[in-house]
Design a protein around this ligand. Structure first.
Ligand code: NAX
Length: 335
């Protein structure tokens, strides 16, 4: 029998955790031939909820699931982890300043980075979902000096998938026919969803948009007034319509991210926040969303895409926000 892959999930008693667990255990993330054990990490208040989810996993009789364990100690939960899904975070509550939020999350992601450094498997792959995701990943990576920094990523695949959904409607093409969409920057309202290089069943999307919206200016107007803000603020729209934040779509994007990281991106590129190597002028070390391809089990930033003035301005604005966050956590002594 194959040795099970150890998957550690934090925030396992929360909403996204609940949606993720059953898809992971079904094999959607690591494939139909990969048995796994699940380590669920929670804070003491969340342990009962995680234990309840563990009971339901048992009741689902997933053939690939060899073992489930619930922990409230990061060191124990990350021991031997091959895949670490960092979903649990401290949400912003009323009256909380940004500094307070960064500090509270630093208190979570610093120790989790240390625990990963101390005991995770040599091939550990980390994706941070909990917000502020990019900067939480930066903090975790900084506390894991023995783990190559390219193993730390933050999720922008949900933003990417949201962009695909909106674009598919606009050009009247199934999402599966779209390629070459990119989310640049921070997983926040400053992100830049970029369709300049996108194709729909092989046809250039900018031309399709110009045809649909009465020319290049109409297409630009749609991008600026409709598409970009709709994608960037989709989380708020979901809360307004659904009465609760994005859960199943966030879980689904997390599955997509890890599946592609392990198995490779099928064709073209996707989006993920990875540690910058200076590509596209993004300062080295920032955890920034880029166009990425996965080959050989590693993310590679897609090189050589032309960035026009329109895109450059938006990328710069989101990167400036990431730099501010990095300065703020530095000042708090979290890096
Ligand atoms: P929930 O509040 O339902 O669940 C979070 C769980 O994390 C709770 O059970 C809590 O007890 C646990 N937790 C808190 N601190 C922990 C710690 N130190 N160790 C282990 N567990 C801990 O939130 P949910 O809706 O599941 O969202 C989770 C996170 O995902 C939030 O930070 C949210 O902002 C973020 N999101 C990120 C997205 C992305 O695209 N990157 C999209 C969806 C989502 O908004």
């Amino acid at each position: 029998a194959k040795k099970p892959i150890t998957v550690t999930l934090t925030g396992a008693g929360g909403q996204i955790g609940y949606a993720l667990l059953f898809r992971i255990a079904s094999g959607a993330m690591l494939g139909p031939d990969a048995p796994m054990r699940l380590n669920l990490l929670e804070i003491p208040q969340g342990v009962r909820a995680a234990e309840g989810a563990a009971l339901e996993l048992q009741d689902s009789a997933f053939p690939l699931l060899s073992h489930v364990e619930v922990y409230d100690d990061p060191k124990a939960a990350f021991a031997g982890a091959n895949v670490a899904l960092l979903v649990g975070a401290r949400p912003r509550t009323a009256g909380m300043e940004r500094g307070d939020l960064l500090a509270a999350n630093g208190g979570i992601f610093g120790p989790q980075g240390e625990a990963i450094n101390a005991g995770a498997a040599d091939d550990v792959r980390v994706v941070v979902v909990g917000n502020p995701a990019n900067t939480n990943a930066l903090i975790a990576a900084a506390h894991a000096p023995d783990v190559p920094s390219d193993r730390f990523t933050a999720l922008t695949r949900l933003d990417h998938n949201r962009a695909l959904g909106q674009l598919a409607m606009a050009v009247d093409t199934p999402v599966g026919d779209l390629r070459g969409v990119t989310i640049w920057g921070n997983h926040s309202a400053t992100q830049f969803p970029d369709v300049a290089h996108a194709t729909a069943a092989g046809d250039p999307v900018p031309a399709l948009l110009a045809a649909r919206f009465g020319g290049v200016d109409g297409a630009r107007e749609w991008l600026v007034d409709d598409f970009i803000p709709r994608v960037a603020k989709r989380g708020a729209e979901i809360i307004e319509v659904r009465g609760s934040s994005s859960v199943a779509s966030a879980a689904s994007a997390t599955i997509d991210h890890v599946r592609d990281w392990v198995a490779g991106t099928p064709e073209g590129w996707t989006s993920a926040a990875v540690v910058s190597d200076g590509s596209y002028g993004v300062p080295e070390g920032l955890v920034c969303s880029f166009p990425v391809e996965s080959t050989g089990g590693a993310w590679h930033i897609r090189q050589g895409l032309e960035v026009d003035a329109f895109a450059a301005e938006r990328i710069a604005a989101s990167v400036a926000e990431l730099e501010e966050e990095r300065e703020a956590v530095r000042a708090l002594g979290l890096l």
